[in-house]
Ligand binder design. Structure first.
Ligand SMILES: Nc1ccn([C@@H]2O[C@H](COP(=O)(O)OP(=O)(O)OP(=O)(O)O)[C@@H](O)[C@H]2O)c(=O)n1
Ligand SMILES: C[C@](O)(CO)[C@H](O)COP(=O)(O)O
Length: 221
């Protein structure tokens, strides 16, 4: 089975508040996007497409291997992945969509996703359990309900798909639709989504605290 990786890296990172697009922010001396590309390749992906902010393509080219294909992203993550999928072409059997914002994802997670695809799953996401008591609140912030957390999972990336399944799901999705991940895109098209074990190290860098934690984890011992 051949696999192409799409790294969604076209976000601005408004919640991180850095002086450059989040994917270009450094972690232990290397930009987040470079970590994400390395993870996919080390986990068994054959080629990588990185989706960048349109105005920043040169800056990304300067920090990534020449073998990586770069493509302009869109205003939402959904639009960016759609652009990456179009650029990826039809050669690969599988597509793995990964966030540049998850730089310390171990290659083993990539390998688990690829193994589930090879075993016949059309769509695969890495997940972790919810570890805190989880509640619903009203507009005033008052707790209205406890949410049973047994069946809940936190969804990470890379998310893996049979390529034809993902292409068909994006084709069926309204151009203006904005979904939070690619599993939601295929589920909207009626495709069952399988889960494999995620990893706490695959946490998303969203706010400055996340980057501080990632720096600690990435520091040489
Ligand atoms: N238009 C967009 C928005 C997001 N992403 C990517 O999707 C991943 C997950 O998104 P998130 O962490 O929310 O990144 P941002 O949208 O950049 O963050 P923020 O919402 O804080 O601006 C990131 O790797 C981001 O670069 C993208 O490719 N294109
Ligand atoms: C794709 C994702 O990382 C899976 O957990 C997540 O949905 C991205 O969410 P965000 O709101 O764009 O940070």
């Amino acid at each position: 089975m051949s696999a192409v990786g799409i790294v969604a890296a076209a976000g601005s990172g408004s919640r991180l508040g850095a002086d450059r697009p989040k994917a270009l922010v450094g972690l232990a001396g290397r930009p987040l996007v470079a970590w994400a590309v390395d993870t996919l390749l080390a986990g068994g992906v054959d080629e990588v497409v990185v989706v960048t902010p349109a105005a920043e393509r040169d800056a990304f080219a300067a920090v990534l291997p020449g073998s990586v294909q770069l493509v302009d992203g869109g205003a939402t993550r959904t639009a960016s992945v759609r652009a990456g999928l179009l650029a990826a072409g039809a050669a690969a059997d599988a597509v793995l969509v990964h966030d540049a914002a998850r730089p310390l994802t171990p290659p083993e997670v990539v390998a688990r996703v690829l193994a589930a695809l090879a075993a016949g799953a059309p769509a695969v996401v890495p997940v972790l359990p919810v570890v805190d008591t989880t509640v619903a609140v009203d507009a005033a912030g008052t707790v209205t309900d406890a949410v049973p957390r047994g069946p809940l999972r936190r969804v990470q990336t890379p998310q893996g798909f049979d390529r034809t399944v993902l292409v068909a799901a994006y084709a069926a999705l309204d151009d203006a639709a904005e979904l939070t991940d690619d599993a939601a895109v295929v589920r909207a098209d009626g495709v069952p989504v399988t889960t494999v074990a995620g990893d706490e190290r695959a946490a998303k860098v969203t706010v400055p605290h996340d980057l501080r934690i990632a720096e600690l984890l990435a520091a040489p011992r």
